[in-house]
Design a protein around this ligand. Structure first.
Ligand code: NAD
Length: 315
């Protein structure tokens, strides 16, 4: 069972598990997702879709081997608009999924995030770093929901012997992201496609590292199949400043627009880079798609969308 299946990551996970010959139960309430991401799977016998809010009680008939809990608004633009649903899906949604895992004796993997490190005082971030989160800042609804998610998952592991896996996902990109979800990469590509200047917040010296979605999915798969219950970072350690990244996008798109600078949003992390020593040693995982290639594939996807989508507003 995959929650958040109609979203960016969830839909790629559905594809991967279908390719591995699993029967996939997909669940989503479409609050930020889009059925078009999975409609190509509807004709398959081993794919079922349930329109359901996972923050409400979940009932699934029959046996389950694995649960991948990916339902949650994931971009700041979404979770600032729907803060209570974000807290609920991280807390109640996770609780419901863990209850189901316990009932079905299924292994569960929950999608945590690099945001649990907040604005990190340690760089790069290892899994041992406890983070620097402002619980009452605007991003707190997401960061704290995910921190609670990790705690309750570990509690189910310790007290109920549920087989749990926790992945801390760092910025991931690729086809099926939404152009206008407020994240830097689709924002830049969208602006370049529309012929608008690229907006960089602050002076652009803040860094990000971007992982291509196929690499992430491989990491998720390997972690799920491993026997490691502590959190594992999955992300691309190749770090770049947002200013340099904006310039890469301009070069790729051949756009002649400029970069314009705006004030930095509150609590915007200044640096983000995963330490992936654990993923390498435990899972034999490391990213294989470099930014030039991943960016090209992502740009081709966005360019292939109908032009009216280039200016579609966030849900
Ligand atoms: P997304 O918004 O594309 O997908 C999330 C999906 O969850 C959507 O289809 C949405 O409709 C669904 N959803 C939200 N609340 C729900 C609820 N209560 N019940 C049922 N469905 C619900 O986001 P994404 O980028 O695919 O992120 C997926 C997961 O990965 C999230 O948990 C997110 O926190 C985590 N994550 C993503 C990234 C990233 O870079 N994309 C980084 C760190 C963590």
């Amino acid at each position: 069972m995959i929650t958040g299946a109609a979203g960016f990551l969830g839909s790629h996970l559905c594809d991967r598990f279908i390719r591995e010959d699993y029967h996939v139960i997909a669940m989503d309430n479409l609050i930020t997702g889009d059925l078009r991401n999975i409609e190509h799977l509807f004709k398959l016998e081993n794919f079922e879709f349930f329109h359901h809010d996972v923050s409400k009680f979940i009932h699934v008939a029959g046996h389950l081997d694995y649960i991948l809990h990916f339902a949650s608004p994931a971009s700041p633009i979404d979770y600032l608009k729907i803060p209570i649903q974000t807290l609920k899906v991280g807390a109640l949604g996770t609780h419901n999924c863990l209850g189901l895992a316990k009932e079905k004796k299924a292994r569960i993997l929950v999608a945590s995030t690099s945001e649990v490190y907040g604005d990190p005082l340690v760089h790069p971030q290892t899994e041992e770093y406890w983070g620097n989160v402002n619980p009452v800042g605007p991003r707190g609804v997401y960061d704290e929901a995910k921190r609670f998610m990790e705690s309750i998952t570990m509690a189910y592991h310790t007290y109920h012997n549920v087989e749990t896996r926790i992945i801390r996902i760092f910025n991931t990109y690729g086809p099926r992201m939404r152009l206008n979800d407020g994240r830097a990469l689709p924002a830049f590509i969208g602006q370049a496609l529309r012929g608008e200047d690229l907006t960089v917040f602050g002076d652009g010296s803040q860094t990000r590292s971007f992982c291509y979605v196929d690499d992430l999915v491989e990491g998720i798969y390997r972690l799920l199949m491993s026997d490691y219950a502590q959190p594992v970072n999955i992300g691309n350690p190749n770090e770049i400043s947002l200013k340099d990244f904006a310039e890469e996008v301009l070069k790729l798109t051949g756009s002649s627009v400029k970069i314009s600078y705006k004030p930095l949003p509150v609590d915007d992390p200044k640096q983000r880079r995963p330490d992936i020593t654990k993923a390498k040693s435990l899972l034999g995982w490391e990213p294989t798609v470099d930014r030039a290639e991943g960016l090209k594939r992502t740009y081709e996807y966005f360019k292939s969308l109908p032009k009216e989508e280039w200016s579609r507003q966030p849900k």
